[in-house]
Design a protein around this ligand. Structure first.
Ligand SMILES: Nc1ncnc2c1ncn2[C@@H]1O[C@H](COP(=O)(O)OP(=O)(O)O)[C@@H](O)[C@H]1O
Ligand SMILES: [Mg+2]
Length: 546
């Protein structure tokens, strides 16, 4: 579809759902200018009756009608609870992408083209009815020649072009919105679209997803917590991913899990443990942890194990972000808001001239109500949402990876509480953060870090004597350079002073000449208000007084 056609479709959708009403809620200081404003104001579509449905709901319906790329964007937006008003977040969370599957003949042809082989050369069986079909990819079950059961994930044909076109539109919509509306700027809409672009472009590359899957699998090899399917690299390309088929129970099926006698408490706690292991031990976390991507292996219900799929989006924190997270969560759970403020100030997370008292007041205001709930209802994710909101108001730049983590945490908590409503997140998570901090602070950790850098240190060792000799030489050079610079500076100062003196002398001489001349003229002239005379006196006085 051409750009113009899509643009007009968006325009018509906007009018059909009367989203133009958003404009009426906009601040008067930024009325919609120019052509767009005119079109919106005088469009005959405005004669359509106003809807009684809430604006948030209409926005959701409009997005649904615009297709998968917009739907996915809305879904992502819905998770930005730190930025979005609650009613919008809840409404957007309902977005469903019911995308019809594409023809299996086409799927099979795409696989053959990608692999450069006939299906029979790779698969003993290829099931034509897809297991699942979403906006970006479709999944078919199959078996390899040796009988291994696998799934084949295939990127939708032509989807890349559509995504690129829609992204362009989203970008220009976000740019206009930020220009026009304060709310859109507060939402950092352009940034949200950029994050989305990053996400969806990653999802288009199945080699990347394969690599993430393999890495996560390696990190949890032999673990009782999490299982990750194996990737068959020899059959994996950018648009086709072949991996081991898993047979878990979807995590949403709480009733099925219960009826099999699953230890729900253990399961919920293991969810939190798995997440914190990824964040603090491996520094590589699955960042798309919605229930559709989580399955449970209950072959031993007393020892349930998670299965994660769909590793397109992963997160990892810098050490600084890890520190931020661990320290703040600990301080928060000790209800030590002073500490939260001190951390922000001392680490320079907020500017040093921040009003500490005001900052603490706000932190206290937003955190206290969280603690009024029983421990089983306290949400880390919600705390982080609030903390980021507050810190932003005090000019802290919240790093995107931290936001990704906060979203994942909200998901994990949601899933955990769904499984076991009395889940005490804190008890499960605290040891991880304490261990992480102890590790950072201990002398053993310092030695360990040195050991980690041992190869570089060893490599540099033979150069140390040279370096020392050079350093000594360079220091001496530096000192003599400093000395000569000092001399040069002195010279410069002297020259400047003498120049100043000279210029004062010249001015004085000029003034004497002018005033002397004026005196002589005064003696000779009869009209004592001769303009030349007055000018000479003024100029003379000016030169003396300057
Ligand atoms: N390894 C697998 N084994 C069994 N089913 C799978 C596997 N991978 C994906 N599926 C099924 O396909 C669905 C979509 O796969 P997913 O990788 O989540 O794709 P998407 O990126 O479209 O969400 C999953 O929800 C699951 O039902
Ligand atoms: Mg998925």
């Amino acid at each position: 579809m051409s750009g113009v056609r899509r643009l007009s479709r968006i325009f018509i959708t906007t009018m059909r759902y009367r989203l133009d009403e958003v404009l009426e809620t906009m601040d008067d200081a930024h009325p919609v200018p120019g052509f767009l404003g005119g079109v919106l104001r005088y469009s005959p579509l405005r004669l359509l009756p106003r809807s009684k449905t809430s604006l948030a709901r209409r926005l959701r319906l409009a997005i649904e009608s615009l297709g998968p790329v917009f739907i996915k964007f809305g879904q992502i937006l819905s998770t930005r609870r730190d930025l979005l008003p609650l009613d919008y977040a809840q409404e957007l969370a309902k977005l469903q992408d019911d995308v019809p599957p594409f023809a299996s003949a086409q799927a099979m042809q795409l696989v053959e083209e990608s692999l450069g082989q006939k299906l029979q050369e790779v698969f003993a069986r290829f099931d034509e009815t897809p297991l699942a079909s979403a906006s970006v990819a479709q999944v078919h079950s199959a078996s390899l020649l040796d009988g291994t059961e696998v799934v084949v994930k295939i990127i939708r044909p032509e989807i890349e072009t559509v995504i690129q076109q829609d992204l362009k539109l989203l970008h220009s919509l976000a740019r206009s919105a930020e220009k026009l509306s304060l709310d859109a700027r507060r939402l950092h809409l352009i940034q949200v679209v950029e994050d989305y672009e990053f996400t969806i472009m990653n999802e288009l590359n199945l080699k990347l997803e394969g690599a993430n899957t393999s890495k996560l699998r390696r990190n949890f090899a032999g673990s009782e917590l999490l299982y990750v399917p194996r990737v068959y690299w020899e059959h994996t390309r950018e648009k086709v991913l072949v991996m081991e088929r898993i047979y878990g129970t979807p995590v949403r099926e709480v009733e099925i899990l219960r009826s099999h006698g699953t230890d729900m408490k253990l399961l919920a706690e293991r969810g939190v443990e798995t997440f914190f292991t990824q964040v603090f031990n491996d520094n590589f976390f699955h960042a798309d942890m919605h229930p559709g991507n989580i399955f449970i292996d209950i072959t031993r219900p007393e020892n349930p194990r998670y299965i994660a799929i769909d590793c397109a989006i992963m997160g990892s924190l810098t050490e600084e972000d890890q520190r931020y997270l661990a320290h703040n969560l600990l301080a928060f759970f000790n209800q030590d808001y002073k500490e939260v403020v001190r951390l922000h100030l001392e680490s320079g997370w907020v500017p040093t001239d921040t009003n500490a008292v005001a900052f603490e007041t706000v932190i206290r205001e937003v955190c206290e109500p969280i603690f009024e709930k029983p421990l089983s209802e306290i949400s880390f994710g919600y705390f982080l949402v609030t903390l980021f909101q507050t810190a932003r108001a005090f000019n802290m730049e919240v790093q995107p990876q931290l936001v990704l983590l906060q979203k994942t945490l909200l998901n994990i908590e949601g899933v955990g509480r769904e499984l076991y409503p009395d889940l005490n997140l804190w008890e499960t998570a605290k040891p991880f953060m304490e261990r992480w901090m102890a590790d950072r602070l201990s002398p053993v950790a310092a030695l360990q870090r040195m050991a980690d850098h041992a190869p570089e240190i060893l490599e540099a060792l033979p150069r140390v004597p040279d370096l020392l000799i050079n350093t000594d030489r360079e220091l001496r050079l530096l000192r003599s350079a400093l000395k000569s610079q000092k001399i040069a500076l002195n010279e410069l100062e002297k020259t400047l002073q003498s120049r100043q003196k000279n210029s004062r002398r010249i001015r004085l001489f000029g003034a004497l000449l002018l005033l002397g001349g004026a005196g002589t003229m005064y003696g000779q002239t009869s009209t004592h208000n001769d303009p030349y005379l007055i000018a000479a006196i003024v100029a003379g006085i000016f030169l003396i007084t300057r």
